[in-house]
Design a protein around this ligand. Structure first.
Ligand code: HEC
Length: 135
């Protein structure tokens, strides 16, 4: 019986360790995202000029692809040729940090409010529609 509870204990620890780890990975990813200026082009919540929130990026479909993308010079990136994304060598962002960044970016969501939820904007639009109908 004692042995069984020991097994249960070990099993429980193994069950929770990855969960604890993933939380800190995401936090570390968040600071890397700020430290390396990703937010300047991708926005604080991934909805900037080059949106990466809401899992809409093909490059984010796998961790390996994401890390390869970071390492390549952007102008050699085969999927979306451009020279505007800086490259991040292993010396700048190592693989472990890149994994944390990957975990963090996967948490980013972009949920702008609906027009109906912004009374002033809805009012302006309704008035414009009414004015249009009266002309
Ligand atoms: C100077 C602007 C700039 C900065 C800084 C920047 N990016 Fe980008 N990023 C881009 C552009 C532009 C693209 C679109 C692909 C291209 O043109 O090469 C892109 C594409 C991406 C994509 C793929 C999006 C897709 O369309 O599938 C990911 C993921 C990404 N960036 C992550 C990052 C991360 C992580 C950082 C910080 C370590 C970062 N970027 C910093 C400009 C930037």
């Amino acid at each position: 019986m004692k042995k069984l509870s020991l097994y249960v204990f070990i099993f429980t620890v193994f069950l929770y360790v990855p969960i604890i780890n993933s939380a800190t990975n995401t936090e570390n990813g968040a600071s890397l995202y700020l430290d390396h200026g990703c937010y300047s082009c991708h926005g604080y919540n991934g909805s900037g000029r080059h949106p990466i929130a809401n899992n809409m990026s093909g490059i984010m479909s796998s961790e390996a692809l994401f890390i390869t993308f970071l390492r390549l010079r952007a102008d050699l990136n085969p999927l979306k040729p451009s020279n505007s994304m800086p490259n991040y060598s292993e010396a700048v962002i190592n693989d472990e940090q890149a994994q944390d960044l990957y975990a963090y970016i996967n948490t980013l969501t972009d949920n702008p409010p609906q027009i109906d939820d912004i009374p002033t904007l809805k009012n302006i639009l309704d008035n414009a529609i009414r004015k249009n109908e009266n002309e």
